[in-house]
Design a protein around this ligand. Structure first.
Ligand code: G3I
Ligand code: 9MR
Ligand code: ZN
Length: 598
């Protein structure tokens, strides 16, 4: 029986490979063709009284951004399979009007990440604001979506408000949190794992994700995205997303950042200046509400990655906040410079691994050259001191890998900061090197896009745990490249990643709770799972499909031969595909904010 099973597997593997090869060959042989621009397509405006049979049900074959498209933007949907024509239907007061009836002329593309043969439906010429859907005879209809301006504003505010919902140590009052209000949690002092007689006031900060752990590096990476997006697009941020600090004269994104920065400062060891790696219970709790988690929280040892990333964001925060809160800005800089001294005193400190008896999130990373270089750039940009610039000039090639915008590799934050600091502070060699590396990587991503059926900027091999973070970090990367050297193609690639996240993907899944017709409903998020409220907390970005099948729910419910771009399940138990974290929201916030600017 087993031999038969193996034979079957082998045969099906060969068949699948053959299909992929022939289809790939087809798509590679066909130089990636430019989709016919709207003007090329045979677009007949519907003739009066034309009786078009419109599809009535969604069959999951027409993928759209389920929030919508801005009026002047390129508007493309992805269709799976070959069909004749498509109709764009306007919905107004329950009346449906066909506003575009177009032959499908785009060439097919085999998408390796999903196994789909896809066609592009281009309706960019339609700019009239309103509610629409697409209909393709035989392929059903799409989910509805908007065409309009400012259509990403609610998304932007919800992505930021999620950080508030992650706050630890305070009550989330109903006036701010609505139905997701909850009592204060984790108000006890942190206990030093290395010496249980020592406790520290480490109340505050954000729960990392679906768990209640508080981890310095991911918190710092989240803050870097938030502070970068504020530093680059300050006018796009409001003071009224209804958090306790709203309408205090400080943009809410900075108020929310201060809540986490204040906690990061508390994670500093008074004596040595190093930053503790995390504060968590020794094991993950069950699916309970935060205020029900009464287990002791322990401070795991100081680490170079925690210290480097904390120093970096505290130095950056100090320069941004100096006009708003000079006392806090001063405290942040003092902590940053003290932390830098720990880095200098501990050049060979080993990377963090979970101590014995601790099984919560590890965020293990043996290489702190990126965090150290990032810290030096931010300290230099804020203070102008040569000692920091000297470090950068010695270490930029190894430390500031431009693509690193995640919790493991984060030298890219240092590269961005260096590239955008005042010109008179920059060393020409460093600047020229970083800029050329940056644009080289942007062009690599651009080239790859021609071969990807869903215009998503990660390869089939890059669907790791938290793949949506990698997608949105590529979007940040392309926006920064566009800001470095204006290129509308770079900007479009960034927008395509937002389209992907909001439903234009192989599963027609909107990966953001509260947004889109097929939005995530069962995130691996303890408060959403234990609050007896049907709707999850809104504005949360799920990790997304992964190729590595790292939880039992995925293993037991998704067939092994599922292509990486479809290996996702909207199930509470799937923490490797359906958890949420502050540092998956923060890059999405950066990108959404860019496209909300007036
Ligand atoms: O980077 C390597 C890549 O080089 C290699 O080719 C690939 C092999 O597939 O693995 C990649 O490493 C992955 C790593 O994330 C970086 O992407 C690992 O497979 C993957 O297991 C690891 O997952 C991390 C996960 O914790 C388990 O450690 C996620 O990034 C990280 O977001 C997640 O973080 C958890 C916290 O521990 C606890 N709180 C929730 C949070 C989100 O789930
Ligand atoms: O809830 C935990 C989630 O935050 C982590 O990302 C994940 C992997 O470390 O672990 C989750 O906790 C599970 C634990 O690992 C195994 N027992 C079930 C726990 C809840 O799903
Ligand atoms: Zn808490």
């Amino acid at each position: 029986m087993i031999r038969l099973k193996k034979m079957y597997r082998l045969v099906s593997l060969v068949l699948v490979l053959l299909l992929i090869f022939t289809a790939c060959k087809a798509s590679v042989d066909q130089e990636p063709t430019k989709d016919p621009s709207p003007s090329d397509q045979v677009n007949e405006s519907p003739r009066p009284n034309e009786s078009l049979e419109l599809e009535t049900e969604v069959k999951g074959l027409i993928h759209v951004n389920q929030v919508g498209y801005r009026t002047e933007d390129e508007k493309i949907a992805i269709l799976v399979g070959e069909y004749d024509s498509f109709q764009l239907v306007a919905i107004e007061d329950e009346k449906e009007t066909v506003v575009l009836n177009s032959k499908i002329e785009s060439s097919p593309l085999f998408d390796v990440s999903t196994g789909d043969l896809v066609y592009k439906l281009d309706f960019s010429q339609v700019t009239e604001p309103g509610q629409y859907y697409l209909s393709v005879a035989g392929a059903g209809r799409s989910y509805p979506f908007q065409i309009g301006d400012n259509i990403y504003n609610d998304l932007k505010d919800a992505l930021l408000k999620f950080m508030y919902y992650q706050r630890c140590g305070i009550e989330l009052k109903e006036e701010h949190a609505g139905q997701w209000h909850r009592p204060e949690c984790h108000t006890e002092p942190g206990i030093l794992l290395e010496d249980n007689n020592v406790t520290m006031d480490t109340v505050g900060g954000w729960h990392d994700a679906g768990d209640f752990g508080k981890y310095t590096v991911p918190a710092a990476v989240t803050l870097a995205d938030m502070l970068n997006s504020y530093e680059m697009f300050p006018t796009a941020y409001s003071d009224n997303i209804n958090i306790p600090e709203s309408n205090n004269g400080i943009p809410d994104i900075l108020d929310e950042s201060i809540y986490a920065l204040d906690w990061i400062i508390r994670m500093q060891d008074e004596k040595s200046g190093g930053f503790y790696h995390k504060l968590s219970t020794n094991n993950f709790p069950g699916f309970i509400m935060p205020h029900r988690d009464s287990s002791k929280q322990y401070l795991s040892p100081i680490s170079p990655t925690a210290t480097g990333s904390a120093v970096a964001v505290l130095a950056q925060a100090s320069r941004i906040l100096s006009d708003y809160d000079s006392e806090f800005a001063g405290r942040a800089l003092a902590a940053a410079e003290k932390g830098w001294q720990w880095l200098i005193d501990n050049p060979d400190a080993s990377g963090f691994t979970n101590p014995k008896g601790v099984s919560t999130g590890e965020y293990g990373d043996a290489n702190s050259s990126d965090e150290r270089a990032w810290a030096a750039v931010e300290l230099y940009r804020t203070t102008g001191k040569d000692q920091y610039h000297d470090y950068v000039k010695k270490n930029y090639k190894g430390g500031l890998k431009v693509a690193g915008l995640g919790w493991i590799d984060n030298g890219g934050f240092g590269a961005i900061s260096y590239l955008f600091m005042d010109q008179d502070m920059q060393d020409t060699d460093v600047y020229d090197y970083l800029k050329s590396k940056y644009l080289e990587e942007a062009d690599r991503i651009k080239k790859y896009m021609a071969y990807n059926g869903y215009n998503v900027a990660i390869r089939p091999t890059e669907y790791y745990w938290g793949s949506n973070m990698h997608v949105m970090n590529r979007a940040i990367f392309m926006l920064v490249a566009h800001l470095l050297e204006e290129n509308p193609e770079y900007e479009q690639i960034a927008l395509d990643q937002l389209h992907y996240l909001l439903g234009r993907n192989g599963l027609s899944q909107s990966y953001v709770s509260g947004f889109g017709s097929k939005q995530i409903k069962n995130p691996h998020h303890r408060p959403s799972g234990a609050d007896n409220i049907k709707e999850p907390v809104p504005g949360m970005v799920a990790g997304g499909p992964t190729k590595d099948r790292e939880d039992n729910v995925v293993k037991n419910s998704i067939p092994e031969d599922t292509p990486p771009g479809k290996a996702y399940i909207d199930a509470e138990g799937s923490y490797s595909t359906n958890e949420v974290t502050t540092y998956w929201n923060s890059p999405t916030l950066f990108v959404a904010t860019y496209f909300c600017q007036e």
